[in-house]
Design a protein around this ligand. Sequence first.
Ligand SMILES: C[S@@+](CC[C@H](N)C(=O)[O-])C[C@H]1O[C@@H](n2cnc3c(N)ncnc32)[C@H](O)[C@@H]1O
Length: 240
Amino acid sequence: MSTIIKEFSRFAHAYDSHNMIQAEVAKRLVSKLPKKHYSSILELGAGSGEVTKNLAKHRIDYAHLMAFDSSVNMLSLHPSADNIVKIAGDFNKRDFADTLAQKEYELILSSSALQWSQDLDFTLEQLSKLSKQLHAAIFTSNTFKTLHRTAGVTSPIYSAERLQEALSKYYKSVTFEVHTYTLYFDSVREMFRYIKKSGVSSGEKKLSYKETRSLMKKYPLDYLEFEVLFVEARNIDKIA
Ligand SMILES: C[S@@+](CC[C@H](N)C(=O)[O-])C[C@H]1O[C@@H](n2cnc3c(N)ncnc32)[C@H](O)[C@@H]1O
């Protein structure tokens, strides 16, 4: 298990109150879906079910939904239903597709998770084989831009350009939308608490206590920056 996965699990119960941005992102991703019914959906990094809850709100239904996530704790918070199957697994593992009972889906949905793909080409090739349609929201390296600059570290996640280039390789038609979010805080202390609990920072080089104290003093903004790439990718001409 990598550090990313551990951090999400550790705050699983507190997570729902610390995921304001991810909740906004999931809402937007679902609102952009063009259809009201899907035969099968594979949801990657499904977590506690923000996307599934939004599908219900928008009255978008499906015959089957596979909720795939590496954290069993997060999946236990995901809504259950007769047409929902929860699978614990890691999309970075080479045998990822083998762990799925079903090998073809009408749609793959993924909100706030694919930034943790360790090998974009591997992940996107697998996804393009599993479904002709991918709708995803992916955090980019401009997330915490000023924080990273102040700390003198580079973002551990992909830039929007790198994501766009890789996606265009595996899908015939891709449309992108870059969306930025700003989250204000009353104090720097609260801001840092949010970063730790949100799960967005997972995988970053861990700063020591002293480095964190110094960063908190130097950080020039009273808000955090987020950038998300919304992707609609297809290998079909028309949506049936
Ligand atoms: C920020 S949360 C987003 C959860 C949900 N999609 C939402 O919009 O609220 C990211 C999720 O991706 C999962 N995740 C991270 N890396 C993963 C991997 N390699 N394989 C499967 N799931 C992963 C985490 O466990 C976590 O539940």
